[in-house]
Design a protein around this ligand. Structure first.
Ligand code: PGA
Length: 256
């Protein structure tokens, strides 16, 4: 069975105070989930230590980005090795905000995926089309290109085990932070297409978790999570509201 993951990406939001209030609540409310969901919190890197302390192993922790280098004179960057050393389990790679505001290219995404895997952590690689690309019928082609390019290093490594640490998050750019969500049918269709691309790349596609992200809220999570190829969610805004985030974790059907 594929890992079911609900990951909260705090982006550049949060504080020590929010960490105290939210993580303790999430830990106590999701500790008794019977639907096998792995709950992940991805705070700004400065709060990783606090979140880890408060999570007490009941919730996994990740970082939102790592640098393209192993170590050295790259002021302001953190490395995948550091994320591992600090106690993280996941690294988000290639979020559309990184691509849009920091010019991150598919090649850089591939370099980061390689470094994340080398550190022993799991990469949640984000892909997704813009509104123009969707409206011009290019969505599947664009997303397939991002999957192939971003995971090229995994194919080159030719080590089947590397795929165990790959998670792909499909986040249509037009749905992020806008309140617009892909319909469950459209999201399912794209997830099935991504799984087909992974298969074609020689990956154990049936074992790779595919998350949906983009305005997932307590009122649409249940429909998205009941689709066969949607293995969880990457949640932005709603992950900052403890009750909403916990509700989303609960909407996964038990035992399905
Ligand atoms: P959102 O963000 O849930 O606020 O749309 C999702 C994401 O960017 O990961």
């Amino acid at each position: 069975m594929r890992r079911r993951i609900v990951a909260g990406n705090w982006k550049m939001n949060g504080s020590k105070d929010l960490s105290e209030k939210l993580v303790g609540y999430v830990r106590s409310e999701t500790g008794s989930l019977d639907n096998g969901v792995e709950v992940v919190i991805i705070p700004p890197a400065l709060y990783v230590g606090d979140v880890l302390r408060l999570a007490q192993d009941a919730v996994s922790v990740g970082v939102q980005n790592v640098g393209r280098w192993q170590s050295g004179a790259y002021t302001g960057e953190i490395s995948a090795e550091m994320a591992k050393d600090a106690g993280c389990r996941y690294v988000l790679v290639g979020h559309s905000e990184r691509r849009q505001f920091f010019g991150e290219t598919d090649e850089q995404v591939a370099e980061k995926v390689s470094l994340v895997l080398a550190s022993g952590l799991a990469a949640i690689m984000c892909v997704g089309e813009s509104l123009e690309e969707r409206e011009s019928g290019q969505a599947e082609t664009v997303v397939a290109g991002q999957v192939r390019a971003g995971l090229a290093s995994v194919v080159r490594a030719a080590d089947g085990r590397a795929w165990q640490n790959i998670v792909v998050a499909y986040e249509p750019v037009w749905a992020i932070g806008t309140g617009k969500t892909a319909t469950a049918d459209d999201a399912q269709a794209m997830h099935a297409s991504i799984r087909g691309v992974l298969e074609d790349m020689g990956a154990p596609a049936e074992k790779i978790s595919l998350l949906y992200g983009g305005s997932v809220k307590a009122d649409n999570a249940a429909a998205l999570f009941s689709e066969p190829d949607i293995d969880g969610g990457l949640i932005g805004g709603a992950s900052l509201v403890a009750e909403d985030f916990v509700s989303i974790c609960r909407y996964f059907p038990a035992g399905a």
